[in-house]
Ligand binder design. Sequence first.
Ligand code: SF4
Length: 213
Amino acid sequence: MIQTIYIERQVADHPRTRKILARFPDAHQIDCDRYTEIFNPKNQNFRLQKQQPALIIAHKFGKRVLSAPEGYGVGGQHNYYFSHMLNCIYDCRYCFLQGMYRSAHYVLFINYDDFFESMDRALANHPGEDVWFFSGYDCDSLALDPVTGFAAHLLTFLESRQRAFAELRTKSTQIRALLSVPAIPNAIVAFSLTPTETADRFEHKAPPISKRL
Ligand code: SF4
């Protein structure tokens, strides 16, 4: 599936990086300083790259948890979003990601713990109140989870923080991490469901509705 993996030098020895590389022993590995060298250049052909995207393993600097746009949420008062990944393995024709970035490669930010630290800071900004965190803004939250293992880390984080609610938004069937632990009330999984005819026409590469149900 993934034939090329770019690896930022600073995360090359990260245990999660090593675990991912072990999953793809035949992938071509290329070192880089920053993921932006590969992801951001102009004049990339998104549609051509989408035929065989590479994986880029990177470290996320700067703001990792951002205030959600107004109206984005499911009724909570304090809403944030985060993106541990950029881009999606599916190819829905209506998805804003089809034109959002110059590259179709998948970027995975491997420093999950820094995301959780940022979420803790957001919680501290709202003492005693519920705070919502939305994944699935710049990716499908679970589609690549067998590779990233992110959901298991998020569930562990949520278990001890009852005020933190997280939404995982997905069209995938990758729910093994969710099924392997008891359900917790602050982990919400949102599945997109569309009529079969619409899904067949527009949701390319995504699992059929019958498998999502
Ligand atoms: S599954 Fe979601 S993120 Fe992925 S292409 Fe479809 S709409 Fe976009």
